[in-house]
Design a protein around this ligand. Structure first.
Ligand SMILES: NC(=O)C1=CN([C@@H]2O[C@H](COP(=O)(O)OP(=O)(O)OC[C@H]3O[C@@H](n4cnc5c(N)ncnc54)[C@H](OP(=O)(O)O)[C@@H]3O)[C@@H](O)[C@H]2O)C=CC1
Ligand SMILES: CC(C)(CO)C(=O)C(=O)O
Length: 306
């Protein structure tokens, strides 16, 4: 599929990441925010450089898409636990449109790839963003995004989208191993996010000796589960390779409050199911130990319920 520079993009779920994408794309593409409730069209983004940019972005409700030209891409930028519900709401209006899944974890990706009637691309991103209110979002840190289809299809579409994002000022590349990339991010998220959220500490605190034992226990469970799934650490080998990777991310994001901690702070549900459940499911499938992961999952559920 060849797309012109003004290809239209629908961003479903106008939260932190969705608005960051929408603002970046808006100067070159036709972008519409799809919101499930009334939402302001006058939108401000604070850039990583501290600049405040206000744009007017069209906002529609899902049902208002009916009868309009099909967009080139529908970016699904909700949290993982509502992504399938949000996609289902689009089925009646844009069923064949390429869907781009921006969720962390590895839950919604295989399920929507199997079920959505059009192409499904998955994106894994290290962009950092948060919301101040309905009209203001902060693009806190620049990262990079990799995009691909779980089974290596639609490579041209992935390249087109990566080029579009790159032209919009976001670092992006099409890759042929997106499943591996998603598992890599999931592994790091599974090691850092639950502990940061449970102990309510910034990521950097996890390097302190008081967290050594718990961090080691998580990494020692994750390494064989991923190995049984054919996923090696990005560098090094086994548990020591994963420990190295996790420590690198802890150092690089030392001042961050992990996304699960931000969710706990705000009284929102965390993405524990998207991040921990796929590891637990794979562990059970391969008869591997996962008591630490199960305990983190249960402790997070209890903390969310408080
Ligand atoms: N923020 C970041 O820096 C990064 C986020 N990600 C991933 O991106 C995804 C989104 O994260 P983030 O932007 O932080 O999340 P936010 O909570 O900021 O945004 C989620 C958005 O989805 C909307 N939404 C909820 N339910 C529905 C629905 N049924 N239909 C349509 N929209 C809905 C919410 O609207 P409402 O306000 O009405 O609830 C909100 O606007 C997550 O999976 C996260 O892991 C990945 C890397 C970085
Ligand atoms: C890598 C990490 C843990 C950085 O904060 C993250 O992706 C998150 O907070 O979800």
């Amino acid at each position: 599929m060849k797309l012109d520079a003004r290809a239209s993009h629908i961003v479903v779920g106008p939260g932190a990441l969705g608005r960051t994408l929408a603002h970046a794309l808006a100067d070159r593409c036709a972008v519409t925010l799809l919101a499930r409730r009334p939402f302001p069209t006058r939108q401000t983004l604070i850039t990583p450089e501290g600049e405040s940019i206000t744009r007017v972005l069209p906002v529609l409700r899902p049902e208002e898409l009916a009868g309009r030209d099909a967009p080139a891409f529908c970016h699904l930028t909700t949290k993982a636990f509502v992504a399938e519900r949000a996609a289902a709401a689009l089925l009646g209006t844009v069923p064949g449109t390429p869907l781009v899944l921006w969720q962390n974890g590895f839950g919604v990706q295989p399920r929507l790839t199997a079920r959505w009637p059009g192409p499904v691309l998955c994106a894994s991103t290290t962009e950092g963003a948060y919301v101040i209110d309905d009209a203001t979002a902060v693009h806190a840190g620049r990262g990079e995004s990799v995009i691909g289809h779980l089974h290596g299809r639609y490579t041209g579409l992935a390249r087109t989208l990566a080029a579009t994002l790159q032209n919009a000022g976001l670092k992006a590349a099409a890759v042929d191993d997106i499943a591996t990339r998603l598992w890599h991010k999931l592994a790091v998220n599974a090691a850092i996010n639950p502990l940061a959220a449970l102990y309510e500490v910034p990521n950097g605190a996890l390097a302190e000796p008081r967290f050594d034992a718990e961090l080691a226990a998580v990494v020692e469970e994750i390494a064989p589960i991923l190995a049984a799934n054919g996923i090696a650490p990005p560098s090094g080998q086994g548990a020591s390779g994963w420990r190295q990777r996790v420590m690198q991310v802890i150092q690089a994001t030392a001042n961050n409050r992990a996304s699960m901690l931000q969710d706990i702070d705000a009284g929102r549900p965390t993405e524990r199911k998207a991040i921990l459940a796929p590891l637990i499911e794979r562990a059970e499938h391969h008869h591997l130990p996962c008591a630490t992961l199960c305990s983190l999952h249960a402790r997070l559920a209890a903390k969310e319920a408080r």
